[in-house]
Design a protein around this ligand. Structure first.
Ligand code: GLY
Length: 263
């Protein structure tokens, strides 16, 4: 089993009523909280169906985007790194997550430089390396600090670029197994996945690139039949989860959980 796709534990956080004030690049409508909660329930049930323990944290009204827990930390086999989100309204989410990780991990370290910014959505962990996309939320200082923090654990960090106008690196890609990455063509064309097997998301379904491989399942947003069929044909066990409300806030499958096996 691969340590980059198989996990004992996930942390999630219930969406708050303040989600209607969540950040978004383009306003495509107000998220429906009840529908988002129903989709969130289905997401958690699917994680649990793989045999994992799922920690369900309560809503944080003060942080509208706090359902997107992935941005608050990087969880590795050896320890966790608390992030410094680049969105000012999200900076405080990291401190809210830290105690929960300290309760589960022996080693928890923090990105702390006042000019360092990095969000978990920009980080793709594979079997051999950690790719970090520089973006509007993640800067060179944040990446340099991460590199320094995880070096003692034997991890190699490679800086790449999140495509312009794309929120996070993983908005456009996901790890499907130890060697295989699902990617938009605009990202794979950058050459950042040389050495991996790349499955390109079919044209017109770019929003399906953000999936998660969680134990034996691949969770993907519902409504992208070409991508679903491509993954199924490639041998992956796919589960579709409603994402219409999170997508109004540029959120997807990976954003909704931290996935790890605590040390
Ligand atoms: N709405 C998610 C984010 O912008 O971080």
């Amino acid at each position: 089993m691969s340590r980059s796709t198989h996990f004992s534990t996930a942390i999630t956080r219930r969406p708050s009523a303040s989600i209607t004030s969540g950040l978004r690049a383009v306003d495509t409508g107000t998220p429906d909280l009840a529908l988002m909660q129903a989709d969130h329930d289905a997401y958690i049930a699917t994680l649990k169906a793989t045999g994992a323990t799922v920690v369900e944290l309560p809503p944080l009204e003060a942080f509208p985007d706090s359902v997107f827990v992935e941005d608050t930390a990087l969880c590795l086999a050896d320890g966790a790194v608390i992030m410094r989100p680049g969105a000012p309204s999200r900076l405080g989410e990291a401190a809210e997550m830290a105690p929960h990780l300290r309760a589960l991990y022996t080693w928890v370290v923090e990105i702390s430089g006042k000019n360092s910014f990095i969000e978990g959505g920009d980080i793709l962990v594979t079997e051999t390396e950690i790719l970090v996309g520089r973006s509007a939320r993640t800067n060179a200082e944040g990446i340099a600090e991460l590199k320094h923090l995880v070096a003692p654990w034997g991890h190699k960090v490679r800086e790449v670029l999140t495509p312009p106008g794309v929120l996070h690196f993983k908005t456009d890609c996901s790890l499907l197994d130890a060697e295989t990455i699902l990617s938009t063509k605009r990202l794979s064309a950058s050459g950042c996945f040389v050495g991996y097997t790349v499955i390109d998301v079919p044209d017109g379904e770019e929003a399906a690139a953000n999936t998660i491989r969680f134990n034996d399942l691949v969770l993907m947003p519902a409504g992208f039949p070409k991508t679903r069929d491509t993954l199924a044909t490639a041998g992956f066990q796919v589960r579709e989860i409603g994402n219409s409300e999170c997508s109004k806030l540029d959120g997807g499958m990976s954003c909704l959980s931290l996935r790890f096996t605590p040390s």
